[in-house]
Design a protein. Structure first.
Length: 323
């Protein structure tokens, strides 16, 4: 009998790649999404797969899943500032109400659940790199607080279900991830820079560009999520690429990749924007025998080719799709 995995946020960037991966591993996949930030186009290539079914569901409202479920991957949430600054209440609700409804389905099915947390639980970190033991530096009432605190609450709620109900849980703290199916207009560095290069625009760098990020290619991230799901580790675990780069240097890499002479313009640094971001993946390396394998050069070429394949209409769509 094939195992069944339920994936929330299935039409999103990471969620759709997870659907592909688990189908390739001979699982049955049930994908849920309210399509607020997800896109059915990300799933169009698997619609005819008999082991895949999609349900348009808002998990913050009551819903039922009639099929028995063995595993749940909870990836439903806005995931970029342009999203959660425009829909702050939905962001908080999906991390709280939505998470509890999904946890109850896991409990009913005696299913193992992996939740997608984030490096944003560390806020603007005062410890570098960030280990799982670091409690973070988060402003709960700042502009990023709706996302940061939704994810921190999600971790607390999931852990409470584990300690009180004995639910089998996994918590993935996901650092910056990139690859095909990212929305060109979602405001994050890679789609923003690549979109600007392809449109012949100046690249926008916030602050002086000295702030750092660490970017993990989607194939590596999906492999890490799969290994964490099938491990016995129930505490939070960092998943990401520890190779750190300043955003100004990153912008120059993207310009060079495009073979163009785009200018770089500087804008004020957003409030509470993290100055440094780098995962300590010691636990993932030791417990999961996992670390990123795809080089930044190869991963960026893959992502750039994806954005080059978009239509002019898609490439020029700058406003968020729920504005």
């Amino acid at each position: 009998m094939k195992k069944t995995v339920l994936i929330t946020g299935a039409a999103g960037f990471i969620g759709s790649h997870l659907c592909d991966f688990f189908l390739s591993k001979n699982y049955k996949v049930i994908g849920l999404d309210n399509l607020k930030t997800g896109n059915l186009k990300n799933l169009s290539h698997i619609n005819s797969n008999m082991d895949f079914q999609f349900k348009k569901i808002d998990i913050t409202h009551d819903f039922n899943i009639e099929d028995s479920v063995d595993y749940i991957l909870h990836f439903a949430s806005p995931a970029s500032p342009i999203d959660y600054l425009k829909i702050p209440l939905e962001t908080l609700r999906v991390g709280s109400l939505g998470t509890e409804k999904v946890l109850k389905i896991a409990l009913k099915n005696n299913a193992r659940i992996l939740i997608a947390s984030t490096s944003e639980v560390y806020g603007d970190p005062l410890v570098h790199p960030q280990p799982e033991e670091y409690f973070g530096n988060v402003d709960p009432v700042g502009p990023r607080g709706v996302y940061d605190e939704a994810k921190r609450f999600q971790e607390a709620l999931t852990t409470a279900y584990h300690t009180f109900h004995g639910l089998d849980i996994r918590i993935a703290r996901i650092f910056n991830t990139y690859g095909s199916r990212m929305r060109v207009n979602d405001g994050r560095a890679i789609p923003a820079f690549m979109g600007q290069v392809l449109r012949g625009e100046s690249l926008t760098v916030f602050g002086d560009g000295s702030q750092t990020r660490s970017f993990c290619f989607i194939d590596d991230m999906v492999e890490g999520i799969y290994k964490l799901l099938h491990s016995n580790y129930t505490k939070p675990m960092n998943l990401g690429n520890p190779e750190e780069i300043a955003l100004i240097d990153f912008a120059k890499e993207i310009i060079a990749m495009g073979g163009t002479d785009n200018k770089i313009v500087f804008k004020p640094l957003p409030v509470n924007d993290p100055v440094k971001r780098k995962p300590d993946i010691t636990k993932a390396m030791k417990i999961l025998n996992w670390q990123p394998l795809v080089s930044r050069k190869k991963g960026l070429e893959n992502a750039f080719n994806y954005f080059k394949s978009l239509t002019l209409e898609e490439l020029n769509k700058k406003d968020s799709q729920f504005a």
